[in-house]
Design a protein around this ligand. Structure first.
Ligand SMILES: [Cu+2]
Length: 345
């Protein structure tokens, strides 16, 4: 029998510094890749927010530096009686309290409030009626996003396609608890509150895929409630809209046909909608074109046949607490359903 060594050999400090460098460097690299950034913006609204953010950072840094300088002066002159430079004058002490305790804070707060109110709140307010070209309804669910285009169809989930350089009126509501819709590169947050219809402007000045996230704690899987806004050229957007409005395609292989049968006769159909089939459930995402989405379960896993099979086999293992039960299907059954869903482009 081989005994494990009692003491693991000490790692040299070189190795440790190397590991630390990899961790820090990796984190920096990842943060560079992350599309969910408030300082890399793609709309005038987000740009305004970024500018305000830099100003607040700058002013706060100045105030902080000022406080540090005063502390240092106080420390250096601590043995001398009275105030540094000003001596033991009561009036000077009162003046300092007025200037640093009231004057400067008030000035800073009023200026920042003025900038954000006059300039930003107006700029990021709900779009005025008839100034937008398109209305999209986004409905928050625990823990995914339902997306409906005007006229009832198409319906999709977790991926919001918009035409680039077009003002879109986004109506934010919820099917259950409070959520908050936030795509930092495009605009500020908008809360989704039961019984209310909140609106926000969605506008992207260049094509791209912008990640968004629920930003109001809404239960167990709040952190895994992501989504994407995909800004496309007009023609590509219109093609997508036309395609997504169509009914689902019919299965072509025996495996996929068996999968469809299974889908319709098991519980799947009571929670999911597939246009053109008897599956009319509304608890979960519309699956009419599920294969054309890039991620599953609100940007939690990539949409590959492998991940889809794992999800259907046991969604609870991927997103614990999710509102889709483990239905105890065998892998054979799962493979059939996957064959069917993979054809729903
Ligand atoms: Cu949430």
């Amino acid at each position: 029998m081989v005994k494990p060594p009692l003491h693991r050999p000490r790692r040299s400090s070189k190795v440790r510094y190397g590991a630390a460098a990899i961790v820090v460097g990796g984190a920096l690299l990842l943060s560079g890749c992350s599309k969910q950034s408030i300082i890399s913006n793609a709309s005038p609204q987000a740009h305004g927010i970024t500018v305000l953010w830099w100003w607040m950072l700058g002013v706060a840094a100045l105030v902080f530096l000022g406080a540090v300088v005063l502390l240092v002066i106080g420390y250096v002159t601590r043995r001398r009686p009275g105030l540094p430079f000003l001596g033991q004058r009561e009036i000077a002490a009162q003046g300092l309290v007025l200037v640093f305790g009231i004057g400067i804070p008030l000035g800073v707060l009023v200026a920042l409030f003025g900038v954000s109110d006059i300039y930003l709140i107006r700029q990021t307010a709900a779009p005025a009626p008839r100034t937008t070209a398109l209305t999209i309804h986004v409905i928050g669910h625990q823990w995914w996003w339902e997306v409906r285009y005007d006229g009832g169809h198409p319906v999709t989930a977790n991926e919001i396609h918009i035409p680039v350089r077009t003002r879109v009126n986004l109506v934010a509501t919820t099917a259950d608890v409070i959520h908050s819709f936030w795509v930092p590169q495009l605009n500020r947050k908008i809360d989704m509150i039961p019984g209310q219809r909140n609106r926000i402007l969605l506008y992207a000045d260049r094509t791209g895929k912008y990640r968004g996230q629920c930003s109001q704690f809404c239960g167990l899987q709040h952190a895994n409630m992501g989504m994407f806004v995909i800004a496309q050229p007009q023609s590509a957007f219109r093609a997508w809209l036309a395609h997504t409005s169509r009914r689902s395609s019919s299965p072509t292989t025996p495996q996929a046909r068996a999968g469809k049968q299974l889908f319709l006769t098991s519980q799947c159909a009571s929670c999911h909608f597939i246009a053109g089939t008897p599956a009319q459930g509304t608890i979960g995402p519309d699956l009419t074109h599920v294969a054309s989405r890039s991620t599953l379960a609100a940007a939690t896993i990539p949409n590959t046949p492998r991940e889809l099979a794992d999800w259907i086999h046991n969604p609870q293992a991927i997103k614990p607490g999710v509102r889709m039960p483990d239905l105890g299907l065998s892998w054979r059954q799962v493979d059939r359903i996957v064959a069917y869903l993979e054809e729903l482009k």
